[in-house]
Design a protein around this ligand. Sequence first.
Ligand code: ATP
Ligand code: MG
Length: 419
Amino acid sequence: MLTKAPKGTKDILPSEVYKWQYIESIIADVCRSFGYKEIRIPVFEHTELFQRGVGDTTDIVQKEMYTFLDKGGRSITLRPEGTAGVVRSYIEHGMSSLPQPIKLYYNITAYRHENVQKGRYREFHQFGVEAFGAKGPSIDVEVISILDLLFKKLGIKGVELNINSIGCPVCRREYNIKLKEFVKPVIEHLCENCKTRYERNPLRILDCKEDKCKSYLKDAPALIDNLCDECTEHFEGLKAGLDNLGIEYKVEKNIVRGLDYYTKTVFEFVSKNVGTQGTICGGGRYDGLIETCGGTPTPGIGFALGMERLLLEMESQGIAIPNDEDIEIYVATIGEKADRYASKLVYRLRSEGISAEKDLMGRSLKAQMKHADKLGVKYVVVLGDDEIDSNRTVLKNMKTGQQKDVSLDSILDRLRRKE
Ligand code: ATP
Ligand code: MG
């Protein structure tokens, strides 16, 4: 127990953290170029925020949340996603009085009590974007194009964009009646969950993963064919905007997303590669959410991308992630005087931003050279009394085998100039 991490959690080990840092740095670059600012939100919130903001009828709220009473008797929940917390922050900090739209992104851990499998964990990481205050489709296009550019920058190919519209409360009310009429004669054949959904949120029947339910619903009326004029116009605007940027998409009538607060645009980026968990990213418009959470009515749109699934996708596409962690120079030493000199030299190099190592284990020269080799350093110098007295040493390039007789004082400059 003590030496095993809880089920569904994973350490990101030093040997793989470079992959995360690389992706996070590309995310930061892309978001900066789009004018999205980072926000950092708490790991836990009041449970009620998720009940309202994610929605009582969702799997997340019904089955997956880590909820507990804190010492003050308050019900607290570990964030199962980021949108609700960001919305709470938007309201709490009066962001509606700032120039709109407010464009935010986050990199967070999220917590869901799930059946653990490949690409599905209990603690996982999401990169997400939320944009508040703009109601037209051009911001939907902008938000989707962030992902398009991110995938391009990461070298990911073949991830498909599926879009749909789930309308607004006006068209959904009418549609729900039609859908219920369709479902009524077959309701006893559907799963227990769908029977509850039928009463509480019929649209979510279309989101059921059970094959039997799927087969009964394959000819069900689609919301996209029953949109009101405003929602139709919005969806046409979205498609035209994507066409304008050359972003390919497919209209997928069955995407409804698991969350209650979505309106109009919904989308997913799906891959064939990540086993059964093919959805890398899901998002959509949530014009009702801010009001639901206690703010003034404000339109919003966002997405959340699963970082673990993104990494799995990159691995399955064989995309090499650059690892710049190699140590630049190892200063090997013989004797105490050289050791003291080396301490000063590596400190100097480090303060100039050059990564440098020296012996910390009392190793022999031979063992130091072996260790330097294992570290994969680019350069090695050897220092003993003679080298210090003569101010000269040999700088060895470990990649090319080339050796150069250099003065000790010149090492910093040479490494800076990458000679
Ligand atoms: P799924 O249908 O796979 O359960 P979801 O609809 O619950 O996904 P969202 O709430 O939309 O997922 O979360 C956005 C993204 O976060 C998903 O597309 C996925 O990449 C990732 N994600 C969701 N749950 C997990 C999890 N348990 N482990 C790892 N990644 C996850
Ligand atoms: Mg889920």
